[in-house]
Write a protein of this length. Structure first.
Lengths: 252, 421
């Protein structure tokens, strides 16, 4: 297995407060990696380092190194805008733009100039919706407001929107936390299909979800990476006592 | 115990409700009183006393040697004499010089000028013509006919004497004089004579000024708001800017007038009394208002929208321009229109840059001399003639109507641009 991301001694602090410490882990290509841990353990912070979304936050400073395909993403020759086109993101709360479904998906390709004409753009939009498994549900109302869809559909719009810029990695920050079990099942299914061609990193609060979808799991606790291993291992024979306690529900 | 406390809580709630309702009622009654009293003072300015004269003009007199119309000759012609002799035909008994003077005082001092303008507009063909023209009576005769001049006071204290009253009454009896709709008020600019004064000049002056204000203040304010919200690094300098923006909103408006005087007029040498300068000064004055409203509006847009755009690889500028700004538009527009309404009613800064001037021409460009509606009202209310009193009241009603329609526009635009989540 080749690794997509290679992080070394990553440390993030907001002002004086350290959010994560000394995180070194390699994320493999074209599988789903889950980041689990109790609230405030730094898993979302770590995720947001991977496409430099933390840059937006004031007084946030990052130490250590993160390499994407052997390239330092905090290096001087990397533009965060370009990086984010390669590393897409799906957020906790579905956040479609208050525009039509078509415009939502087409926004990324438009700003990056991925389509040279309207029919190409249309193809990209259709393909993305197809991949996100939404095409059948929305094909008759591509010009309707995306905000009028159900919560699960909105989240899949966001996934389709991320896919439309053909990223290599998709980061998902608790994508199902606001969804009902049926919508969650659909998104998990979708993630499985997508993992064939994309590297997916998901932050989740649900251990069952991590166990269901991911191949590898990293357990964070109070800003430290406690354990990182194959999902099967983590959930059946964890090496660390804290992991054991967490997955058996003794805390968190 | 609990029941007792619930009772007293209910009573408190009811009392609070009563206070609220009574304060709203009080405010409404005050507003109604204000509008009704202004309306009662001003409604009569919608009418103006006119008299009819039949006049014969020979256009041959106004052509030059080659036969083309000559404006100069037209201007030199004794139009006043024409009107006066026509008036004297109604009262052949008036012979004496003093008496004639008194007679001519019942018609507008501008009657001859008005007649000339009327003839000019008619563009008569060559030859002799007989015209029937309605011209203004003087403001005193007008006020008398409207019952606004009391005739109970002694004759020598009145602006119109018994003889003049008799002449006016006789004209009315002969159906030569009557109150007609005051078109002049809506089609002309200021004048020394109330009967020839109108608000159009100041309305256009205000419109030109506000246009400059909005063109100047809106883009600047929106850019400043976006910068402060999204780009400025928090720190001492940003805090300093913020505090000063808020302070600027509280600076007395006349200070902005002084600024305009020293910067725009003295340093840049822009023309005095011009809507361009007025607009810039009012723009500076409304800038902080719009900045504050825009910032509040931008801040109210959920950050998730901006994150979504950034996550797709949009630059900060793209995220702001493509997503945040369109969503913040209703709030920005509301703030802008409130700022504009404030600017529309502002007099003090305009005093400093010479927009308080007696201007009889309707402004046509941004650099022509102009005045603004509140300034016009101020100047009329300062005039001695009774007829200006009703005109300033009517102008106030107009200004209020202007303001209400601007606020309505704000509501409509808000509704139109507001997106449902």
């Amino acid at each position: 297995m080749t690794s997509k991301f290679r992080t070394k001694k990553v440390e993030v602090s907001y002002g004086d407060k350290k959010a994560i410490r000394d995180i070194s882990l390699d994320i493999e290509k074209n599988i789903i990696t889950a980041l689990i841990g109790p609230s405030g353990c730094g898993k979302s912070t770590f995720l947001r380092c991977l496409n430099r979304m933390n840059d937006v936050i004031e007084n946030c400073s990052i130490k250590g190194s993160i390499h994407l395909d052997e390239q330092d993403i905090y290096g001087p020759d990397i533009d965060p805008v370009e990086l984010r086109a390669r590393v897409g993101m799906v957020f906790q709360k579905a956040n479609p733009f208050p525009k039509s479904i078509f415009d939502n998906i087409a926004y990324g390709p438009r700003i990056h100039g991925l389509a040279s004409n309207d029919s190409e753009l249309k193809d990209i939009v259709h393909n993305s919706l197809e991949k996100a498994g939404l095409m059948d549900e929305v094909k008759d109302r591509l010009n309707d407001q995306a905000t009028g869809l159900s919560g699960g559909q909105q989240q899949r719009i966001c996934i389709a929107r991320a896919i439309a810029v053909s990223p290599e990695v998709i980061l998902m920050d608790e994508p199902c936390s606001a969804l009902d079990p049926i919508a969650t099942a659909k998104i998990e299914e979708l993630m499985n299909e997508l993992s064939e061609s994309y590297t997916i990193i998901i932050v989740t609060h649900s251990m069952q979800q991590a166990a269901r979808v991911s191949k590898k799991t990293a357990f964070f606790h109070l800003g430290d990476l406690i354990e990182y291993n194959d999902t099967d291992k983590i959930f059946t024979q964890p090496e660390n006592q804290k992991t054991q306690d967490y997955i058996t529900g003794r805390f968190g | 115990m609990i029941r007792k406390s619930i009772q007293s809580r209910r009573a408190r709630e009811t009392r609070l409700k009563i206070y609220g309702i009574s304060s709203i009622c009080f405010a409404l009654i005050m507003l109604a009183t204000l509008l009704i009293s202004i309306g009662l003072n001003g409604y009569s300015a919608l009418q103006q006393a006119y008299f009819k004269v039949d006049i014969s003009v020979n256009t041959e007199k106004f052509v030059d040697d080659s036969g083309a119309p000559d404006n100069n000759k037209m201007n030199l012609f004794n139009w006043d004499g024409l009107v006066q002799s026509a008036l004297r035909e109604f009262f052949p008994e008036v012979k004496e010089r003093d008496e004639k003077k008194e007679l001519f005082a019942i018609i507008s001092a501008n009657a001859g000028y008005d007649l000339k303008e009327f003839v000019k507009k008619k563009a008569l063909g060559s030859g002799s013509h007989t015209l029937s023209v309605w011209l203004h009576l003087s403001d005193d005769a007008d006020q008398y006919l409207k019952g606004r001049l009391s005739i109970d006071i002694p004759e020598e204290d009145r602006r119109i004497n018994n003889k003049q009253i008799a002449w006016v009454n006789s004209l009315v009896e002969r159906d030569i004089a009557k109150l007609k709709f005051n078109k002049t008020f809506f089609t002309s600019a200021d004048s020394r004579e109330p009967e020839s004064a109108g608000i159009l000049g100041s309305v256009i002056g205000s419109a030109l000024t506000l246009f400059v204000t909005i063109m100047f203040a809106l883009p600047l304010a929106v850019m400043a708001a976006i910068y402060l919200e999204y780009f400025a690094k928090p720190g001492k300098i940003t805090d300093f800017i913020e505090v000063n923006v808020n302070n600027l909103a509280a600076v007395p408006s006349i200070v902005f007038g002084l600024l305009g005087l020293s910067v725009f007029l003295s340093t840049f040498g822009l023309p005095r009394s011009a809507p361009l300068v007025g607009g810039l000064v009012l723009g500076l004055m409304t800038l902080p208002t719009i900045i504050i409203a825009s910032r509040a509006s931008i801040r109210s847009i959920p950050p998730s929208i901006r994150e979504a755009a950034l996550g797709l690889g949009a630059s900060k500028m793209q995220a702001a321009l493509h997503h945040v700004l369109p969503l913040a538009t209703p709030g920005i527009l509301t703030g802008t229109i409130i700022g504009m309404a404030q600017a529309l009613g502002e007099t003090a800064p305009l005093l400093m840059i010479g927009m308080v001037a007696f201007i009889i021409d309707i402004p046509t460009t941004f650099t022509s001399s102009a005045t603004a509606m509140p300034v016009q009202i101020y100047m009329w209310s300062d005039s001695a003639e009774r007829a200006f009193y009703e005109r300033s009241s009517l102008a106030i009603l107009f200004l209020v109507a202007f303001l209400i329609s601007m606020n309505l526009l704000a509501v409509v635009l808000r509704k139109k641009f507001e997106k449902k989540w």
